[in-house]
Design a protein. Structure first.
Length: 247
């Protein structure tokens, strides 16, 4: 039996196994005078970063330009009345707020000139491969949660899809390439190994839990949803493609 056949059988098995949420780690950054301590934090995808106030009036504003704060992924006060801020750096956050290398630099707006800066660097086994095709709610969003290590519980999450609609999850081996034309868009998981048919919820979402089996370390998996959608080109919308690197 070839490698592709083994992986296909494993994928059929893992989608039949119910899962549950995976644990997160919270990393604490303390505002110490006119600095953040530690100023640089390395976290894993799904972790939280919690900023704690000790005195004065500050902000935690994502970005490096104090004039660019309206487009910041987060921009919150850190004051006596708002003594803490927690941001979850999960895959959804990363896909909606992409930054090179998953590095999220931030600053304090009132004290930028005093070099009150910091950064959060996120390591993540999930990667957005793009190629969404808009439907009734714009581009459906696909993202994943979990470490993808052997035996780990993970989930595939779909949102912003057409409600109560038939949908097909396509799965293939990576790495992600240019894909192939499909229903007026581009299908990233080719050649297809597995297809899973489900129906979106009334909110236009689907959650697919799975347990990562042994033997897929170093294997890149590709995922993408196609959803029946009367507002889409050729009546089918596509989520973004996504790659997942087995650990």
């Amino acid at each position: 039996m070839g490698r592709s056949s083994v992986v296909a059988l494993a994928l059929f098995a893992i989608f039949a196994v119910p899962g549950s949420a995976w644990s997160q780690t919270t990393h604490t950054v303390v505002q110490a005078g006119l600095s953040f301590s530690p100023s640089a934090v390395l976290v894993e995808c799904g972790d939280n970063v919690r900023w704690v106030w000790t005195g004065g009036g500050h902000t935690v504003t994502e970005g490096t330009d104090p004039g660019g704060w309206p487009d910041a992924a987060y921009n919150e006060p850190l004051t006596a009345s708002s003594p803490s801020l927690t941001v979850t750096f999960d895959t959804r956050f990363l896909f909606l707020n992409p930054r090179p290398g998953h590095v999220y630099e931030y600053l304090c707006l009132p004290h930028f000139d005093f070099n009150m800066l910091g950064s959060v660097t996120v390591t993540c086994p999930w990667a957005d491969a793009g190629s969404g095709l808009a439907g009734v709610s714009g581009d459906p969003l696909l993202y994943g949660d979990g470490p993808l290590s052997s035996g780990s519980v993970n989930t595939l999450e779909l949102e912003a899809a057409s409600p109560n609609s038939p949908a097909v999850l396509f799965v293939a081996l990576g790495p992600a390439g240019t894909g192939a034309p499909f229903k007026g868009g581009t299908l990233i998981p080719v050649p297809i190994l597995v297809q899973v048919g489900l129906t979106t919820s009334a909110a236009g979402t689907i959650t697919v839990p799975f347990v990562m089996p042994a033997g897929l370390g170093g294997v890149d998996l590709l995922f993408q949803w196609a959803i029946s959608d009367a507002a889409a080109v050729k009546n089918v919308s596509l989520s973004n493609g996504m790659s997942a690197a087995g650990q």
